[in-house]
Unconditional design. Structure first.
Length: 304
């Protein structure tokens, strides 16, 4: 077959085939008129090269596999092939280690930068949270820890529970002393755990969806979701977008601006209820569940 036909049948380019020829991997016969003619086996050879390079091997590292096929043997059944696999896996593991270290370094810098956010410069002034009842939630989009975009102004039908908290710590990392001295500021990890433990009951009681939101970065929140195995996503808001949109109360601690703890019940785009203040964060999920159950019972009684 001609070079164009081989390129079409293998989904590659003529330029790549020229490269394989120069490397001595897929060599055609030269006819008297200068044309290159490829043996039918060349299709399998090129496919083998493409499969292995897609797995991360270099073109040169495919040589023992291609030579085995050219000799009529199984490409994987040779000592050189096994050694190449092992070498490629070792190199990949080393690369994963380097990338993981780079990712953690970036997360640390992101946490440090996002944790020292400035107060919102525009939007609604800080208001009494109770005054938010009946207010329509404006478009306010976040990227949740599960990677999905979430617009609190367009959550869809039904009740959504959004519990807003100051911040959570990481194992072995001390929280700022100025935060620990503020009544009600501690307990976010326990609160998130209780919402986890009662998540199914909250949905049964009438919640369509549950979110947690804080001013911490995505990396910080993803670590919490993984460590606590949370069944609901968290919403990172290091720019305090929701505070600007609704006038949610904030406070400063340890050089950071953080949300005061409260929980919003959003129904059909409106704030239906606000829990504030929250005296016992660790038990708050049960308080929300009782409220949802009561609303469900009232709804049933009005339909009878």
């Amino acid at each position: 077959m001609w070079v164009g036909e081989l390129a079409r049948r293998t989904g590659t380019t003529v330029r790549a085939l020229r490269y394989y020829e120069a490397a001595g991997l897929v060599v055609p016969r030269r006819l008297g008129n200068g044309y290159r003619e490829y043996d039918p086996l060349a299709v399998r050879l090129v496919q083998q090269i493409r499969e292995l390079t897609a797995l991360g091997l270099s073109v040169e590292e495919t040589r023992p596999f291609v030579e085995s096929l050219a000799d009529g043997r199984d490409a994987d059944v040779c000592a050189a092939a096994v050694a190449t696999y092992r070498s490629a896996i070792d190199a990949l593991q080393e690369r994963i280690g380097r990338l993981t270290a780079q990712r953690e370094g970036l997360h640390e810098r992101l946490d440090s930068a996002a944790g020292r956010v400035r107060p919102p410069l525009s939007g609604r002034a800080s208001a009494d949270p109770a005054e938010l009842v009946g207010v329509r939630v404006p478009a306010c989009e976040f990227y949740a820890t599960d990677g999905r975009p979430v617009d609190l102004g367009a959550l869809g039908p039904g009740r959504s529970v959004v519990f807003v908290y100051p911040l959570t710590g990481r194992p072995g990392v001390d929280l700022p002393d100025s935060l620990l001295n503020i009544p009600g500021a501690r307990g976010s990890t326990e609160q998130a755990s209780w919402f986890r433990d009662h998540h199914a009951e909250l949905l049964t009681a009438g919640a369509e969806r549950v979110f947690g939101l804080s001013a911490q970065s995505t990396g910080y929140q993803r670590e919490l979701v993984h460590r606590l195995r949370l069944p609901y996503p968290l919403l990172p808001d290091p720019r305090m977008s929701l505070a600007a949109a609704l006038g949610l109360p904030t406070f400063g601690a340890g050089g950071m601006v953080l949300y005061r703890r409260l929980t919003l019940i959003i129904s059909d785009g409106l704030v239906e209820h606000v829990f504030h203040p929250i005296a016992a964060p660790a038990m708050h999920a049960q308080e929300v569940m009782r409220w949802l159950s009561q609303r469900a019972r009232r709804g049933l009684s009005t339909t009878r």
